[in-house]
Ligand binder design. Structure first.
Ligand SMILES: [Zn+2]
Length: 280
């Protein structure tokens, strides 16, 4: 083989090696780096999902919490539309089981049961704001109505507990479409204003189904067991005089949660935000 052929072959081999080793680079689309505008709109300062604040714990504390670290399964029991004559029974069960919960209360029920709201707060539960009137036509007609209603329930809770609650649940949830009937786009505007004013709104990702008709205790337990999953479980239940089966189901739900490695917690502003897609 003459020298020229050997040199040409070597050059070709080196060329092929270079191409093969850079094929990834050649095929990968180039990323363009865009400088971020420092004037970020305020809404992006309030991301939908906020992670809980992490605190550094001592070794002993961490060991005491091992089950929640391994499983990362939390249940947030939430009760809407109370207080009612059943709230004391709910509180008795929670007290016996040493389980915290969150009550999204309604204004026009509070006067009759203000001592119960006080009890819920004193026993370490979250008393959260649902609505003063719970009248869809009124609150979803315009933003002024919604925020007037919210202020009324906020003040009412403040007068009973001595603390402002910044935890909110919109009547019908943030995914409700009934509000479209009264004002197009109102939920989008309400939730954005809530975010910009240090209110923290929560929906749910486990529906007990107790809002729809008369469910038996067994059906409620079944609905909840079926939907519990790893991570945050915000369970929607109702605290009205018609929901006796919810109260009857509660001990078994708690028992099931405890036996299956779930930790029970109440909603605070640091709780992972479970929110629906807004439809109006
Ligand atoms: Zn409600």
């Amino acid at each position: 083989m003459n020298k020229e052929v050997i040199v040409k072959a070597m050059v070709l081999i080196i060329f092929l090696i270079l191409i093969i080793s850079n094929v990834n680079y050649i095929l990968t689309p180039k990323i363009e780096i865009v400088k971020i505008d420092p004037e970020i709109p305020r809404v992006f300062n309030n991301p939908t999902i906020e992670l809980p604040i992490k605190t550094i714990k001592s070794k002993a504390e961490r060991e005491a919490n091992i089950p929640s670290i391994i499983s990362d399964k939390t249940i947030y029991l939430t009760f809407d539309d109370g207080p009612s004559y059943l709230t004391n029974d709910i509180l008795d069960i929670l007290q016996k089981e040493k389980v915290p919960a969150t009550f999204f209360v309604i204004g026009n029920h509070i006067d009759e049961h203000s001592n119960i709201v006080n009890r819920a707060y004193a026993e370490g539960h979250t008393v959260a704001l649902h609505s003063f009137t719970h009248n869809y036509k009124y609150i979803y007609s315009n933003e002024n109505n919604y925020f007037n209603d919210l202020k009324l329930i906020d003040d009412k809770v403040y007068r009973i507990t001595g603390h402002h609650s910044y935890i909110v649940r919109l009547p019908g949830g943030s995914s409700n479409t009934v509000s479209k009937k009264y004002n197009k786009g109102i939920v989008t505007r309400i939730t954005s204003t809530l975010n910009n004013n240090s209110y923290y709104y929560f929906d749910w990702n486990v529906d007990s189904g107790d809002a729809s008709g008369k469910l038996t205790k067994e059906q409620i337990i079944h609905n909840i067991k079926l939907n519990l999953h790893h991570g945050s479980n915000i369970v929607l239940m109702h605290d009205t005089s018609a929901k006796k089966s919810t109260v009857e189901a509660l001990p078994e739900i708690i028992k099931y949660g405890k036996e299956n490695g779930y930790t029970f917690a109440r909603i605070t502003k640091n709780t992972l935000k479970v929110r629906h897609q807004i439809n109006n």
